[in-house]
Ligand binder design. Structure first.
Ligand code: HEC
Ligand code: HEC
Length: 303
């Protein structure tokens, strides 16, 4: 009797017969005889692989995937320029209640020890006088400043908490960006320098340095430095004061100064200040009692 023809079905039968012991018909021994050993092994491997794939597919179908966290939609506070919130998958992480941990959400926008500001839009807060930072936080909470993500963050925080946070950021020492090159025409640069050092009696503008300190690094506890600020930021602050979008505790001396300046003065001041070199000592100076205009933000802290 000639050996039977070698078909895939026959190989399969032989494999099942020899490895698994399945026997469906009496001629199994004949099948086995006709199949060469290498075909038997190859067939065995193929059958085993198909079996594994089927088992895995069934398991994945019935058991929910556990390696993907549920997608948490960031809250409705999707505000322009707010960074995307990536949900973390940790569940029971014990976070030590230190100031550094509490400040972590702030550094997403305001920068941390490794970067100054993450998005180039949020102002630097590290190293600004504590009283100044505190005043700004209170202003967001109490409706004088309106940038929504900030208002949302500080809404329910107490004065003590805001004071602690302000002191934390005030003592951080981060490097400052290098000054921008001065691109102003000589006349505009001279006008800016005159406003900073002498003011303009004709417009009733006091010299900036009378309040911001002789070295322009600010004055304790509530007046910030004018050195180390980007040009666009200074321009935007003046715009906000002039339009009333940014307010401080009345009498709001800085809003008053901003309104007394001509628009071209503001442009010149922003460029000139941004080009000033960073000082070796960027610490604010001690407060002088006789400010040329009353500043509610300064007296509010003395109360
Ligand atoms: C979504 C980004 C974002 C987060 C998070 C954030 N800030 Fe702000 N913050 C800003 C922006 C933008 C401004 C400027 C808004 C404006 O001009 O009114 C600002 C302004 C401030 C100011 C005023 C600075 C100045 O010189 O005028 C302070 C102080 C401040 N933030 C502190 C904090 C603290 C503390 C936290 C954490 C509790 C925090 N911020 C979290 C974006 C953010
Ligand atoms: C009468 C005092 C006084 C004078 C004069 C004054 N400033 Fe100010 N300035 C302040 C105070 C106070 C603040 C903080 C404002 C607040 O708390 O709302 C401030 C804040 C600022 C800021 C914000 C800095 C930051 O980090 O956000 C800029 C910019 C500024 N002043 C520029 C100037 C310039 C330029 C001049 C001169 C033309 C000037 N100031 C004159 C009192 C003064």
């Amino acid at each position: 009797m000639p050996p039977p023809r070698l078909t895939p079905l026959r190989v399969l039968k032989a494999v099942l017969w020899s490895f698994v012991g399945v026997r469906r018909s009496a001629d199994a021994a004949r099948d086995l005889e006709a199949v060469p050993p290498h075909m038997l092994i190859l067939g065995g491997v193929v059958v085993a692989a198909v079996f594994v794939v089927v088992v895995v597919a069934v398991v994945r179908l019935f058991i929910p995937r556990s390696d993907q966290p549920p997608v948490i939609q960031p809250q409705e506070a999707r505000v322009e320029n707010a960074p995307t919130v990536v949900p973390k998958t940790h569940e029971h992480v014990v976070v030590p209640d230190t100031m550094q941990e509490r400040a972590r959400p702030c550094t997403v926008c305001h920068g941390s020890a490794t970067e100054v500001t993450a998005d180039g839009f949020s102002p630097r807060i590290a190293g600004k006088p504590a009283g100044y930072l505190f005043n700004q936080l209170v202003s967001f909470r109490d409706g004088r400043r309106t940038y929504a993500p900030m208002v949302y963050l500080v809404q329910y925080m107490t004065d003590d908490y805001l004071r602690e946070m302000a002191s934390y950021f005030a003592q951080l020492e981060l490097p400052y960006p290098p000054p921008a090159p001065l691109t102003l025409p000589a006349q505009a640069a001279a006008r800016a320098q005159q406003l900073v050092e002498q003011g303009d009696p004709a417009r009733l503008v006091p010299a900036c340095r009378e309040c911001h300190g002789a070295t322009l690094t600010g004055m304790e506890p509530a007046i910030p430095s004018l050195v180390g600020l980007p040009k666009d930021y200074i321009g935007a602050q003046f715009g906000a004061w002039r339009s009333g979008k940014m307010r401080s505790v009345p009498p709001d001396c800085m809003a008053e100064v901003a309104r007394r300046l001509a628009p071209e003065d503001v442009t010149a001041l922003a460029s000139w200040l941004a080009s000033q070199p960073i000082r070796a000592d960027m610490k604010p100076q001690p407060l002088r009692r006789d400010l040329p205009l009353a500043c509610g933000s300064v007296t509010a802290l003395a109360r």
